[in-house]
Write a protein that binds this ligand. Structure first.
Ligand code: CP
Length: 323
């Protein structure tokens, strides 16, 4: 693996091995607190778009492996003077970096950085527009794999080796149109053997969704009746929606009634169903407080898995998969 750009690039064997490695590193770091797999290396984090979880967990992952970290945010940089992506990346690469993490509002930015021939550095896609977010899908799969196989986190490194998601059915709900998370998840979940179902209003279904490897619903209650083992709620991305027509749905209240995981829908769920969300949450819109803050919700465990998955990906890309 030279870069991590898309979950479509991951074979089942590679994805499972990466999850196994993430569990191994999570276990080691819980005991030792500090590893030296990237000692003497430098990781550059380029964030052209806002982030809390992804930026901080990539930073922590690199630190926990012993790397130096350079954090670049578009705000406050020479981007305001018109500097291009190419010149920005080449400037950082000239300071000698061993891996580059990029989040960008434009679909294809990570791929461009990896393949334009500007720099020779492993690239990790931390989210590009509405296109892909591969480490998010990997961390979702890591958390899901534990719960689907009923293995607690502290035993996962030994008990989950080689495990996939056969028998799981994941229902992904909401703003599919603007979601990079759904694209990366549909590919990876299928690769790992899970069934995928999607539900959104017609206005938030991506063009061509009928060709995706997923059962598509427009009625949330019908989708919930199809026996998912996990329900992944997506953030309504108000910032990516046109104001033309006044918004994304007749009203916020209509959206909540039709597609929100409300208290009422939460209470009707089978207690074994896990509730997921990539964050940040619009509380009271796609997810009620009750649905977000209960034992069925694994949202904070997803965040923890994010550090482990990013450690595993950085280690593989910098040191090689068989080091
Ligand atoms: N899930 C996710 O990508 O969150 P951030 O935007 O906070 O990184």
């Amino acid at each position: 693996m030279k870069h991590l750009l898309s979950t479509f690039d991951l074979s089942k064997e590679t994805a499972v091995a990466l999850l196994d490695h993430a569990e191994e590193l999570a276990s080691r770091i819980s005991q030792d607190r500090q590893l030296d797999l990237l000692a003497g290396k430098t990781v550059a984090n380029l964030f052209f778009e806002d982030s809390t979880r992804t930026r901080l967990s990539f930073e922590l992952a690199a630190h926990q492996l012993g790397a130096r970290v350079m954090n670049f945010s578009a705000a406050g940089s020479s981007i305001s003077k018109g500097e291009s992506l190419k010149d920005t990346a080449q400037t950082l690469a000239a300071m000698t970096v061993d891996a580059m993490v990029i989040r960008h509002r434009s679909a294809g930015a990570a791929d461009r950085l990896a393949h334009a021939g500007w720099i020779e550095v492993p690239i990790l896609n931390a989210g590009d527009g509405a296109h892909e977010h591969p480490t998010q899908a990997l961390l979702d799969a890591m958390a899901l794999r534990r719960h689907h196989n009923q293995v607690p986190a502290k035993e996962a490194a030994t008990k989950l080796v080689g495990a996939d998601l056969s028998g799981a059915r994941v229902l992904i709900v909401g703003d599919l149109l603007h979601s990079r998370v759904v694209r990366s998840n549909v590919a990876l979940l299928n690769t790992l053997g899970a069934e995928v179902a999607l539900v959104a209003p017609h206005s938030l279904l991506p063009a061509g969704v009928e060709t995706w490897q997923a059962e598509v619903f427009t009625n949330f209650d019908e989708a919930l009746a199809s026996n998912p083992t996990a329900v992944m709620m997506l953030r309504v991305q108000k910032e990516r929606m046109s104001s033309a027509g006044g918004g994304f749905f007749p009203s916020v209240g209509e959206y909540v009634r039709a597609y929100g995981l409300t208290d009422e829908r939460f209470r009707a769920l089978d207690p074994k169903v896990r509730i997921m969300h990539p964050g940040p949450i619009n509380r009271g819109l796609e997810l009620s407080d009750l649905a977000a803050d209960n034992a069925q919700a694994i949202i904070l465990e997803q965040v923890g898995c994010g550090v482990a998955v990013r450690m595993a990906a950085l280690d593989w890309l910098v040191n090689g998969e068989n080091n």
